[in-house]
Ligand binder design. Structure first.
Ligand code: GLC
Length: 564
């Protein structure tokens, strides 16, 4: 039997990602909080989504907005208390919503008590919880760091005359998974949350937890692109299997690993059901499409092409055609807003390109993940000045370029398309002060286009709004299991304007037509009989433009037909 038609709630569910800092402030400090999410649960339920993925809400000094955790069993004071968390879970359960938390265990905060102890002395009980290199051995072999302005992942620490490893900022020391005690700590904290009743984990950079603890020189071939090296640690799959056996297998939960550096050949090693590791993971092939090779955040010169976009999705669909299961996303808190990147955020095309992208994600095989605000078509903010950015990633790259005497103007220009803060601006609820997000000055500027229709309140009553289209399209997916489990067949592979595919399951077949362009585009589809084609949904008046098997699509038109 093909594994991937086996029905599971996490395959049929639609995920809604919340960046808590930016969702809804209820305390008047300009920062979103758990009570804010509780306040908006009816809205979330009204979208038809099933699962909320919450970015980290644990205690953290916020060097990287919660991705630096100093207490895994407590809630960040700015966000609320454990009582708020319990209330959130109760209120979600009432509404049939499931909760997926972020599990950030490649590293902790340097303020976590494990690290506070670890750095005290070389024979401290927690010493071996982290990766240390004694200075008498000389300078450790080069490791790159994402958030260090010198891209140096080793930081010298005076008290013990040693260096510690941090793939991210110096305040995010990497945990040493090779130490069985560390693994037990992680499993314990996972159980703590599962026993509280959460439904799964999104596992932060889980592909990089296993390291070669001899810390050899980085092999030459990885010097231009170290990410695949980080993702290919010697014991990675041993650890994931152990985690599954000791924790995951005991609960009905979903897991999705964030997996930079994992390629198509390696994919099933993570999610083949027989291996008992994870359910899904996020690959980075789409996210790196418009970037320089080996660079996660640096824009490439040429525009991305639709054929490249189709290739990513078609190849990855093929990887999971028999086994495993895919995850589908067009943006998240680390990558710019989907409509600004893959659609078109100009006044003319914003609406239809936003709904086209929704149609796309909700008609592909795999579990779709939407970022808060994507349902109303929120766009990149495109800051002009470095002082507007809050993100450590933007600031560290800015400092590095400045130090090297590089071109800061170009950097800032590119950051309008690449910067992570584009995806983190406060939720646009209404046209009132600060878009209804907060009474106080928000921690990150709000996109002014909340005054121009990109907000929930104005879209709510409009029949054809991006918001209401989203709701309808979620329902279309729910009504037709073929859109979840059906086989995917790409049509018109070489067409640079139109993305067309079939989804077939049992005796149902659907044709999806997406005009990814600002031009009217006509296509001829030979694979189906159109005399009986039946329109299921469209963001435009599609029926009028169809003659036999020939279609005229308006700019960014998206239509789905039931075909025979
Ligand atoms: C992941 C997170 C990102 C964070 C990084 C370090 O990539 O998605 O936001 O900065 O890990 O934890």
């Amino acid at each position: 039997m093909k594994h991937n038609t086996e029905r599971k709630w996490w395959k049929e569910g639609v995920v809604y990602q919340i960046y808590p800092r930016s969702f809804q402030d209820t305390t008047g400090n300009g920062i979103g909080d758990l009570q804010g999410i509780i306040k908006r649960l009816d809205y979330i339920q009204s979208l038809g989504v099933d699962i909320i993925w919450l970015n980290p809400v644990y205690t953290s000094p916020n060097d990287d907005n919660g991705y630096d955790i100093s207490d895994y069993r407590n809630i960040m004071a700015e966000f609320g208390t454990m009582d708020d968390m319990d209330e959130l879970m109760t209120q979600m359960k009432k509404r049939g919503l499931r909760l997926v938390m972020d599990l950030v265990v490649n590293h902790s905060s340097d303020e976590h008590e494990w690290f506070v102890e670890s750095r005290k002395s070389r024979d401290n009980a927690y010493r071996d919880y982290y990766h240390w290199w004694p200075a008498e051995k000389g300078t450790p072999p080069k490791r790159f760091s994402y958030f260090d302005e010198d891209s140096n992942a080793w930081k010298y620490d005076e008290p013990t005359d040693s260096y510690y490893l941090h793939y991210y900022s110096a305040k995010q020391p990497d945990l040493k998974w090779e130490n069985p005690k560390v693994r037990e700590e992680v499993y314990d904290l996972m159980k703590f949350w599962f026993d509280k009743g959460i439904d799964g984990f999104r596992m932060d950079v889980i592909s990089t937890i296993s390291k070669d603890v001899n810390y050899p020189e980085l092999p030459e071939k990885y010097k231009g692109d170290f990410i695949p090296y980080y993702a290919d640690g010697p014991h990675l799959h041993e650890y994931l299997k152990e985690m599954n056996q000791k924790v995951l297998s005991k609960y009905d939960v979903m897991t999705v690993g964030e997996a930079p550096g994992v390629n198509q050949e390696q994919a099933l090693n993570f999610v083949d059901e027989d291996r008992k590791e994870l359910n899904m993971f996020f690959h980075f092939d789409l996210m790196s499409l418009d970037r320089e090779p080996g660079e996660t955040f640096k824009m490439r010169k040429e525009q991305w092409k639709l054929t490249e976009f189709k290739k990513v999705f078609s190849e990855w669909d093929g990887v999971f055609a028999q086994k495993g299961w895919g995850s589908l996303y067009l943006n998240n808190h680390d990558f710019p807003r989907s409509v600004s990147r893959w659609g078109n955020d100009s006044k003319t095309h914003w609406q239809n390109s936003a709904t086209l992208l929704q149609t796309f994600l909700l008609s592909m095989r795999g579990t779709p993940y939407f970022l808060y605000g994507e349902e109303i078509g929120m766009t990149n903010i495109k800051f002009d000045s470095i002082s507007d950015y809050q993100d450590i990633n933007t600031h560290s790259r800015y400092k590095a370029i400045k130090k090297a005497g590089g071109d800061l103007e170009t950097f800032l220009k590119e950051e309008k398309h690449a910067g992570r803060d584009n995806a983190r601006t406060p939720m646009q609820w209404n046209t009132q002060h600060n878009s209804g997000f907060s009474e106080a000055k928000p921690w990150l500027k709000i996109n002014e286009n909340y005054k121009e229709g990109i907000n929930v309140a104005e879209q709510e009553p409009e029949k054809d709004s991006v918001l209401n289209y989203f709701r309808t399209m979620v329902q279309v997916r729910k009504d037709h299991l073929a859109l979840v489990y059906g086989a995917y067949q790409l049509l018109l592979a070489n067409n640079e304007l139109v993305y067309a595919y079939l989804r077939s399951w049992e005796d149902e077949r659907f044709l999806v037509l997406l005009n990814f362009s600002t031009k009217r585009s006509s296509v001829t589809i030979d694979e189906v009989r159109f005399d009986k084609a039946h329109l299921i949904i469209s963001n435009d008046d599609a029926e009028n433009n169809k003659i036999d098997n020939h279609f005229e699509l308006t700019p960014y038109q998206a239509s789905i037909y039931k075909v025979f």
